[in-house]
Design a protein around this ligand. Structure first.
Ligand code: PLP
Length: 379
């Protein structure tokens, strides 16, 4: 395999040079921030500065940002402890049918514990409207959880409007947003959404895997999910992952210092879609994606797992849906009501600001060859 042609940045991103440098530097300065001597105090100071950098990119106060191990942990913490915090209101939760497994599987677990969950259905474009959410609220609604950017279609959900609708109904209802695919991928900082809780993850923005954060709005008295040594102001125990935190902050700083990145990402996505349409006339666009870095296409009647494998053999990496689905048909595309041949052939393409036209051309040519060599279930 000569060169990797990577169009799966929504699954994970390569570690940025700045992040790798920061990681190595922090690994070399290994003090435990909780220890009481000067060497450790320096580690604590670096975590403080890193928290400030990420909070700056997020648009919140540093004290509102708690480090976790990943987006999944942040979502679990928000949903489980958020629901518990509002238990006196009732046991009703509202979310969407197109959330990531980190939210959906946690909701299923909460259902097993006696919660009732309403799953809002998306329209054919994969969007959910604020009016739909408002209509689902009830006097016993404890929590709402809605993602900002869908990881399979790139659709941006109207989270800020939904927060307003929920708070107008009752300010006591907690609003959690899975912002994992939205952090530094949308023009507005996530802190402006107005949500009470927001989950983010480092490996989607050029930091290594294994670091995430949860924004907890000042005044929200969320209990910890992990108990222990009382790190993170008592809210998330576990010795701080100083090297991953340093890398997360370096990646956030580097993104923030490149204001043209969203336009470049959107432009390369548009170019890729136009090349694909030309090279593979059978290709249909499921969603061009509101967010700059994700779109979904389909080769109706083809098996997307097979297409992904054939492309992969040529060093071209795309996804047949969320990487977390492991071959199962996407619940997102199914919820959008796509016909079966579209579902079967669905592919997710995702981009970085550094994706190139040469890579897009290579993808188009590889997909043309794959479509020419594989059988479809359609006559
Ligand atoms: N939420 C969304 C929308 C995601 O796309 C992902 C990862 O793909 C997650 C949550 C989970 O994040 P992590 O991989 O950091 O656990």
């Amino acid at each position: 395999m000569d060169k990797l042609i990577y169009f799966d940045y929504a699954a994970t991103t390569p570690v940025r040079r700045e992040a790798a440098d920061a990681l190595l530097d922090a690994l070399g300065r290994f003090g435990n921030p909780s220890s009481r001597y000067e060497y450790a105090r320096q580690a604590a100071q670096r975590v403080k500065e890193d928290r400030e950098a990420i909070a700056g990119a997020f648009g919140c106060a540093p004290a509102e940002l708690y480090f976790t191990s990943c987006g999944t942990e942040s979502d679990n913490w928000a949903l489980r402890r958020g629901a518990e915090l509002n238990r006196r209101r009732g046991k009703h939760i509202v979310t969407t049918a197109i959330e990531h497994a980190a939210v959906l599987e946690t909701c299923k677990d909460l259902e097993r514990q006696g919660y009732e969950v309403t799953y809002l259905k998306p329209d054919r474009a994969g969007r959910v409207a604020a009016g739909q959410l408002a209509a689902a609220l009830r006097p016993d609604t404890a929590l709402v959880s809605m993602m900002l950017v869908n990881n399979e279609t790139g659709a941006v959900l109207p989270v800020a409007d939904c927060v307003k609708a929920v708070k107008a109904y009752d300010p006591a209802i907690l609003f959690h947003c899975d912002g994992v695919q939205g952090f530094l991928k949308t023009p507005e900082p996530l802190g402006k959404l107005g949500a009470d809780l927001v989950a983010v993850s480092g490996h989607k923005i050029g930091a290594p895997k294994g670091i995430g954060a949860l924004y907890v709005k000042k005044g929200v008295r969320l209990r910890p999910l992990l108990t222990g040594g009382g790190q993170e102001d008592g809210l998330r125990s576990g010795t701080e992952a100083t090297a991953q935190i340093a890398a997360f902050a370096a990646a956030a700083r580097a993104c923030a210092a490149d204001p043209g990145r969203l336009e470049r990402t959107a432009a390369i996505k548009e170019y890729t879609l136009s090349q694909l349409r030309e090279a593979v006339p059978k290709l249909e666009v499921i969603s061009a994606g509101d967010a700059p870095h994700i779109c979904a296409v389909t080769l109706p009647g083809y098996k997307s797992e097979v297409v992904v494998r054939v492309l992969g053999d040529r060093g071209v990496c795309v996804s047949s849906g969320s990487a977390c689905h492991r071959g199962r048909p996407s619940h997102v595309f199914a919820a959008m009501g796509l016909p079966k041949p579209w579902l079967d052939g669905a592919l997710r393409l995702s981009f970085s600001p550094d994706s190139t036209r040469e890579e897009a051309d290579a993808l188009a040519s590889a997909l043309k060859d794959a479509a020419g060599s594989l059988f479809t279930t359609l006559s």
